[in-house]
Design a protein around this ligand. Structure first.
Ligand code: SAH
Length: 200
């Protein structure tokens, strides 16, 4: 998976490649779908949600430029696979999911894998997770029309935020924001397709 879908498409961050070689992706899918875990596509995880395609996980993690000192906020825990990739590299990961069953399922697997630097919240990620802010990195793994204001506020100075921006019914553009003071530099990258970020 890593060699053909990720390295050959130009992902070169050694931390990302190492993390994805190490993490058993099949554990994040239900046993019936396990054989699809290393395929080149997203896979359904129930509740109309999906585990992202491996390449998308790699790409997002690379553009986020995550390092060992980063405190990361993730919105959309989903299966917990992206969470594991982040936790493998970063200092800590704060992850928010609105669907209780998905969060509990991800918590179980990530605890069994021995991660002690992941903190879970069940709730609306539109609001971020103010108690632990600011975050040096923020990743949103669901489609939004714009960046929720709370997330901008919770991003540290010189921090980076990555989010799919656009209409969830069609396609989005994976967009990277870099904060300097109160200025946000915006960079559009690849096209992508995510489930909607739901504000409730
Ligand atoms: N990174 C995950 C992606 C899961 S899909 C993975 O690869 O498994 C996106 C997830 O975002 C879904 O689980 C969905 O329930 C969640 N989500 C959508 N809107 C949300 C919100 N406002 N707050 C928190 N989670 C949200």
């Amino acid at each position: 998976m890593v060699r053909f879908q990720i390295e050959q498409r130009g992902i070169s961050d050694p931390d990302v490649l190492e993390a994805m070689k190490k993490i058993p992706r099949h554990l994040f899918l239900s046993s019936g779908a396990g054989h699809r875990a290393y395929g080149d596509y997203p896979v359904r995880i129930g509740f109309e949600q999906t585990i992202s395609q491996p390449y998308m996980v790699a790409y997002m993690t690379e553009v986020l430029r995550v390092g060992s000192k980063d405190r990361v906020l993730e919105v959309g825990t989903g299966s917990g696979y992206q969470t594991a990739v982040l936790a493998q590299i970063a200092e800590s990961v704060y992850t928010v999911e609105r669907i209780r069953s998905l969060s509990l399922h991800a918590q179980k697997i990530l605890n069994e894998l021995g991660y002690t630097n992941i903190f879970f919240k069940i709730g609306n990620g539109f609001k971020g997770w103010a108690e632990h802010s600011p975050y040096s990195r923020i990743i949103v793994t669901a489609a939004s029309k714009g960046v929720p204001e709370a997330l901008k506020n919770q991003l540290a100075d010189n921090g980076i935020l990555v989010i799919p921006i656009g209409d969830y019914r069609t396609y989005q553009t994976l967009t990277v924001f870099k904060r300097t003071g109160n200025h946000f530099e915006i960079k559009k990258t690849i096209g992508c397709r995510f489930v909607p970020l739901v504000d409730d």
